[in-house]
Each structure stands twice: as C-alpha cells, then as structure tokens.
Design a protein around this ligand. Structure first.
Ligand code: C2E
Ligand code: CA
Ligand code: CA
Length: 557
C-alpha cells in the first residue's frame, strides 16, 4: 500500500453510554494521551500518531463502530439547552458513519473523494470486524496533499467562501451557536458596523463553543465580544493559496478571514475550501496540469519579454539612456584615477529603471548588442570630451555583458571606436564578471588574445560571487580584480570577509594584478582596506555614480 501513514491517526474512542461531559473534556483537553490506542491486535501497520486533533470521537460498542461525535453535534446540543451530565453520547452521536475499510484504503485519493462526496471532516478506517483502527481527517489530508498542488498558482478568490455568516460583537454566544447550526457553518465572523462597510474584528468557531461549554460558561449571558478570537489573521483575495496554507500551519487554525482594500469583510477561507481545490480529475492528471501551467507561464513570460523588448528598443531609439560615472579613488595618491560607467534608463513612463532590471532583459532579447555598442561609443566620446576639457586623464571602465563579449567582432569594434575618437587603448577598461569567463572557453581565450594585442585591459567584476577560483581565472590575461561589495561590507567587523579579502589582496600582490574594492561605504571599511594593502576603492563613501556633468564638477573641485 502506497500511503503516507502519517496521515492516519489513532482515534479517540468512547462507549455510547459514556456521558457527554467526558466526551467534551476529551475533545477540548485531550492531546492524544487521553486517547486509547486503537490498534487492537496490531492488525494495522500502526502509525504511532496520537490524535493531535481530537475534534471528533469514535463511538464503539461490542468492538464495532456505532457512531461518531463531532464538534458540530456538540454545538447542536448547546442550542437545544440540554445539560451535559444527563445526556449520554448515544443521544447525540451521528450513527450513519461514513467509513473506509482498511483493505480498500489503497491510496489517499479514495479517502479524499469519500470525504469530499459526503462533506465530512473525519473518516474512520475500519478493520474487517468494523472496529475503527484509524482516522483520517481533513486537516491531515490538507497537510499531506496541499503543498504538492502548487498552491502558489492559485488565488484565494478562486475558492474562498463568500457567503460568510456574521454578527455584531454584542450578540450572545448562544445566538452565535444557533446561527452556526442553522446555517451549517463552522464559524461566525464578528464585525463592526463602520459607516457602510463591515470590518471584521473577531471570530468564533465551533471549537470555541464546545470549549465554552466544557468550561460550564453560561452562553446566554456571554457576549461574543468577551470570548471571540482576535487579532484576526486576514489575507487579501489576490493572495495565493500557499500563503493560506502556511498561515494555517503556522497558527494551527482552520480558517482565515479575507478582507478587501478597506479592510472590509469579503469572505473566509477554510480548510475545506483549500482541500476542495484538489480536484479528483486533477489528481490523476497532476503532471499534465502542472505541465499546462508551466506552458502557460512560459507563454506569459515570452509575451512579457516581447513587450519589454519593444519598450527597450524604443528607449534606445529615443535616446532615453544615459551613462553615469562613479569615481574610482586611489587612497595612496588621494586622487580619482578613473571611473566606472554605469548605464541609466530614464523612462518617461516608468521613471528611473535600474540596470539590474533591464540589462538581463536586454541580454535575453538581444538588444544588448546595439545597446552595448551605444555604451562603448558614449563612454569613448566622453573620455575624449573630458580630455579636451582639460580634465586629468582617467581610466573609464565599461561593463560588458556575456552576449556582448561573445560577439566575434567585439575587439575589432572597440578598436574602431577608439580610432574614431583618437583615444589610446589604455584609457578604456572592460569589466567582465566571472560568469562570462566560464562560458565558451575557447572563444573567450581567443577574445582575450585579441584584446591583449590591442592593449585593451580587462577587470574581473564581482570577484568572489561566482564559482571561478583564482587559479582558474589565471588562464585569462586580466589586469584588475574588483572585490565584490558583499565582501567589503563591514569588513572591519566581519572576520570571514576580512579573511577572504586579505587573501585576495596578498595573492594579487604576488601575481601582479591590481585590486579594487567595490561598494566602500564607510570610513571603517576604507581604513581597514588601506591598512591591509588595498589602495584602490570605489563606493558611496567617495561618491555615488554621477552624471557626466556632475562628474567633471566633482573632479574639478
Ligand atoms: P556592477 O557592475 O557591480 O556595478 C556596481 C553597482 O554597485 C552599481 O549599481 C553602483 O551604483 C553600485 N554601487 C556603487 N557603489 C556602491 C556602494 O558603495 N554601495 C552600494 N550598495 N552600491 C554601490 P547600478 O548602477 O545599479 O548597476 C547595477 C549593475 O547593472 C552593475 O553592477 C552591472 O552589472 C549592470 N550594469 C550597469 N551598467 C551597465 C552597462 O553599461 N553595461 C552592462 N552590461 N551592465 C551594466
Ligand atoms: Ca561593474
Ligand atoms: Ca561589481
């Protein structure tokens, strides 16, 4: 049998002649230890689970299941005004019990289908003598099944119960109990009548009512306000079902209230709603469903990409891109020796868009090729303009993305631009990330050769974040390592960061390449780096990236 046994509990079992008092104390206080072990003769490969949820009791007489007592039955008793002592379980229990013989329990879906068809929350599992040897509950099913059903793709509003039974907090608990029974619901939401919207302030559940009963409270005198549960854990209809599942797990509750934008009551989502999305047909064709959904998502993604690609293309045509420059500073000479060119997109609709967002997009759509060309061209023109302005000569580093680097004619194009603007090649640097160097090795090595011959220098960007070791990187003829800002952060306090950075600085000295620390934000970081032999830094401490005009003012100052 292919069943996850963790969903089968040992049920709580009592005799029909037992008093209701005992039944209730079992339901409200029992945490398994009160329950009898049911594996009478160990016929069932026992799950040692005790009932962690005693929301029902199975009634057994002459070693046979004769009835079931649920919270709902007890709420009914409450509104009938009967006392507990003088009522035996026999008078209240449900005798038509839907159950499942253990032999037929071949998979979870059988149990699930039965519970769904009969709208029940508890399913006793019987041995051949109709003795209950186990219990499957909706909660246990939900716990077992739900996460596999890709709840994150489903929204609450697909399945929530909109027809919520509500009342105001000053209502007596007895009235609330009546409402539950008459409307066949397991909870009533308490609302405050604010102007014309209903704002939920609390909730009362069947379980609460049973508990109040067990505590011998007078339900007629008690108002909902005095005993309702709050705070309410509310979600929005557009939240996904995984969030519901996780909240229920975390708070160990069976329902959540759903509110709208103005915190008004829209519905509730219960464990049953959650379990209901598991359609039996879906179960058999789960993989197909998943595949279908994946295809759908792929299509949506492709469409979005296409749309964004068009936008980016337009942006390039309409000149919405701009290069900013972040100074690079030498702590020994106390001078700015260079800058990193960083692209900015000033979108008329979206405002300032981060390159971290649109560069990967440009890579995917191929726009990076013309965009990269524009970046190189603009940076070179800027180098020349500043030289003409009489600014001290500066090394300008340009970020090159993977697709761009693997263009066979990249080096030649760069040389053409340099010639056109009459710039010596050493004023331009290319920043490459490690990820570029681990793809298409042969071509990459070839590209390095051409760049070397053309005297164009290369920096390794974000060093330490990729998978490439320094040993591997030595195959490539680069000049500078840029230590990623994640290693620079709090370097004076973070032992691990300090150790890594120090090792890199030492190796760099031995192997004769430069090290620049990126993302230096504080004096402490700067002082630490300098004391440990790193002289070149870049980061907000020196300056944020600046427009070309602000940059030349910054240098002149
Ligand atoms: P990156 O190459 O690592 O660039 C450094 C990023 O760190 C920049 O973000 C810069 O503004 C930011 N930064 C600089 N100093 C500090 C600091 O002290 N603290 C912090 N927290 N951040 C600092 P930006 O401009 O948003 O660029 C993000 C990434 O976008 C770049 O990372 C680079 O991968 C890519 N990118 C930017 N411009 C270009 C470009 O022209 N071409 C290509 N291919 N990629 C680019
Ligand atoms: Ca960079
Ligand atoms: Ca970087």
């Amino acid at each position: 049998m292919n069943i996850d046994k963790s969903i089968i509990f040992s049920p709580c079992i009592l005799k029909p002649s037992t008093s209701l008092n005992e039944a209730i104390s079992l339901m409200t206080k029992a945490k398994g230890s009160y329950c009898q072990f049911s594996s009478r003769e160990n016929r069932m490969p026992t799950s040692k689970n005790l009932a962690k949820n005693s929301s029902c009791i199975l009634i057994v007489e002459n070693q046979k299941l004769v009835g079931i007592l649920t919270e709902r039955d007890l709420v009914k008793l409450t509104i009938q005004g009967k006392t507990l002592e003088n009522t035996a379980i026999r008078e209240l229990m449900t005798t038509q019990v839907v159950s499942l013989p253990y032999d037929e329990f071949s998979d979870l879906y059988i149990a699930y289908n039965l519970m769904r068809r009969h709208r029940i929350r508890h399913l006793p599992i019987l041995d051949v003598h109709t003795y209950p040897i186990g219990l499957v509950t909706l909660s246990s099913l939900r716990e077992t099944l739900s996460p596999r059903y890709f709840l994150r793709f489903r929204q609450i509003n697909e399945v929530m119960t909109r027809n919520v039974i509500w009342d105001i907090p000053s209502t007596s608990v007895m009235e609330i109990a009546k409402k539950m029974v008459f409307n066949k619901v397991s909870c009533v939401v308490l609302v405050e009548d604010k102007s014309d919207i209903l704002t939920p302030v609390g909730i009362i559940t069947e379980k609460d009512i049973v508990q109040f009963q067990a505590l011998d409270l007078n339900l007629k005198e008690l108002t909902a306000e005095q005993v309702m549960s709050y705070p309410l854990f509310c979600l929005k209809p557009e939240d996904n079902l995984l969030q519901v599942y996780q909240k229920m797990e975390e708070l160990r509750i069976r329902r959540l209230v759903i509110t709208g934008e103005k915190e008004e009551l829209l519905g509730v989502i219960t464990e049953t709603d959650l379990t209901n999305i598991i359609d039996p047909i879906e179960m058999s064709g789960l993989l197909e469903i998943l595949q279908h959904r994946v295809n759908q998502l792929e299509e949506e993604k492709a469409l979005l990409l296409q749309k964004q690609g068009i936008e980016l293309h337009q942006a390039l045509e309409e000149n919405q891109f701009e290069l900013y420059y972040q100074p690079q500073f030498n702590l020994s000479t106390k001078k700015v020796f260079g800058a990193e060119a960083l692209i900015r997109w000033n979108s008329p609709e979206k405002g300032r868009v981060s390159p971290a967002e649109f560069i990967p997009l440009a890579e995917k759509t191929g726009l990076i090729i013309p965009l990269g060309q524009w970046i190189l061209e603009t940076a070179c023109k800027q180098i020349k303009d500043w030289q003409k302005e009489g600014l001290p000569h500066l090394e300008i580093a340009v970020n090159i993305s993977s697709k761009q680097f693997h263009q066979p004619n990249l080096a030649q194009e760069i040389l053409n631009i340099l010639t056109r603007y009459e710039i010596e090649p050493y004023w331009l640097k290319l920043e490459l990330t490690e990820s570029v160097l681990v793809q298409e090795i042969d071509m990459t090595l070839e590209q390095f050769k051409i760049l070397k011959a053309a005297k164009i220098e290369v920096s390794i960007d974000d060093f330490g974040t990729g998978y490439a070791s320094l040993g591997y990187l030595q195959h490539f003829d680069f000049n500078t390592l840029k230590i990623d800002r994640s290693f620079v952060k709090d370097i004076h306090q973070n032992i691990k960061n300090a150790a890594i950075t120090n090792a890199v600085i030492r190796m760099a000295k031995q192997l004769n390449f430069q090290v620049i620390a990126e993302g230096v934000e504080t004096q402490e970081e700067r002082d630490f780096l300098y004391a440990n032999g790193c002289e070149l830094i870049q980061g907000y401490l020196i300056s944020r990236p600046l427009s070309a005009r602000d940059f030349s003012k910054f240098i002149a100052f």
